[in-house]
Design a protein around this ligand. Structure first.
Ligand code: NAD
Length: 346
């Protein structure tokens, strides 16, 4: 049931629900911004397999056409190379779409230390542009926004529930995503739109080209005897497979009845960086690897703005019926295998 949809089709969907039938994704046209990226391309796979009509808007700054290769010639699929900083491109991409998954963003937390503009432009301005185009659109009235655990900053309460506060992000990335969340909420309340905001833990899996697993694999390929680990190795966070993540995105959409709903998405435990290094070296079949810790900054963090302990309370999604299939260690192991397999064929 796509109960979140609030547009001309709303009545149609309600009728369908009263008849006790499921509305299929084939009935809605979906735009995925950032759909050529890591999470976006997996979401596209799922939507296409469900019979959806999907448009992707991506500037390919971090994503790749290769990730969506299998759909390029499909009649239900459209790829638009374009930037969310260009309103005309968004307008074209939004044509006849009812649902928008807005994933396009600078997804690299670290760069904010050296480039203070990137999160402001790629996250805040880009999201404002998407919302403005939705406001002017006759059909596009539902937005699913991918936010992050970093909006909580150094939360004093772990696992951290959605209503934790005050929210004090410690990175420009976290700050920009929090600003985007606020914009999504305000637009929904002001302009007859609906939205869901997903605060992700660390998402891992095939096609991922950033984050700790990718970093370790990359370094070990260059030198299988020694691994540089940023920080002191005790940074402890929660990891979730991209399949679980996409499952949660659609589950949230299908179970949201409020104007705006915020959901934490993560696994139900944590793992530290040294344990991740053990898993990656084992999966790569490297023995006696020397772990060299950089020691990090501000008490062992990998970089300025790195949250040292992250653990999201996912009980809100669990009460609705969603449940992660894997814990953090399993997720890391699965992702490492998938990335290694991919690299073999590159
Ligand atoms: N991967 C994670 O662990 C994680 C955690 C929390 C939140 N998120 C959020 O989820 C979303 C997807 O993340 P991901 O890991 O797939 O990252 P990604 O970098 O693989 O995907 C982002 C995509 O957006 C595109 N893009 C960037 N700026 C754009 C712009 N201005 N216009 C059009 N396209 C643009 C990139 O080319 C890329 O394909 C992001 O919003 C990210 O902030 C990811």
């Amino acid at each position: 049931m796509l109960s979140i949809i609030l547009n001309d089709k709303a009545k149609y969907f309600e009728d369908y629900q009263h008849m006790g039938r499921h509305v299929s994704y084939a009935d809605v046209r979906v735009l995925v911004t950032g759909g050529a990226g890591f999470i976006g391309s997996h979401l596209v796979d799922t939507l296409m397999k469900k019979g959806g009509k999907v448009a992707v808007l991506d500037n390919l700054s971090a994503g790749s056409k290769h990730n969506i290769d299998s759909w390029i010639r499909h009649p239900n699929f459209t790829f638009i190379k374009g930037d969310c900083l260009n309103r005309q491109k968004i307008r074209n991409a939004l044509k006849n779409c009812e649902l928008i998954f807005h994933l396009a963003a600078n997804s690299e937390v670290r760069v904010g230390v050296t480039n203070t503009k990137i999160d402001f432009e790629q996250n805040i301005v880009a999201t404002y542009n998407v919302l403005e185009e939705m406001r002017e659109s006759k059909t596009a009235k539902t937005i699913l926004f991918t936010s992050t655990s970093t909006v909580y900053g150094e939360a004093k309460s772990l696992p951290t529930p959605e209503d934790y506060g005050p929210l004090e992000p410690i990175s420009l990335y976290g700050a920009s995503k929090l600003a985007c969340e606020a914009l999504v909420s305000a637009y929904c309340h002001t302009f007859e739109m609906r939205g869901a905001v997903y605060r992700f833990a660390n998402i891992v899996g095939s096609r991922s080209r950033h984050g700790v697993i990718w970093d370790f694999i990359h370094k070990l390929e260059k030198n299988p005897n020694r691994l540089e680990i940023l920080g002191d190795g005790t940074q402890t966070k929660s990891y979730l497979t991209v399949d679980d993540c996409v499952d949660a995105l659609l589950f949230g959409l299908e179970h949201t009845h409020e104007k705006v709903e915020i959901y934490n998405i993560g696994s139900e435990d944590q793992i530290n960086v040294t344990d991740i290094a053990e898993i990656v070296t084992e999966e790569m079949d490297h023995k006696n690897v020397e772990f060299r810790y950089t020691g990090g900054v501000n008490g062992g963090r990998g970089w300025i703005g790195d949250v040292k302990k992250m653990f999201l309370d996912v009980s809100k999604m669990k009460k609705l019926g969603w449940k992660p299939k894997h814990n953090s260690a399993e997720s890391v192991k699965i992702a490492t295998k998938q990335i290694l397999e991919e690299l073999e064929f590159e």
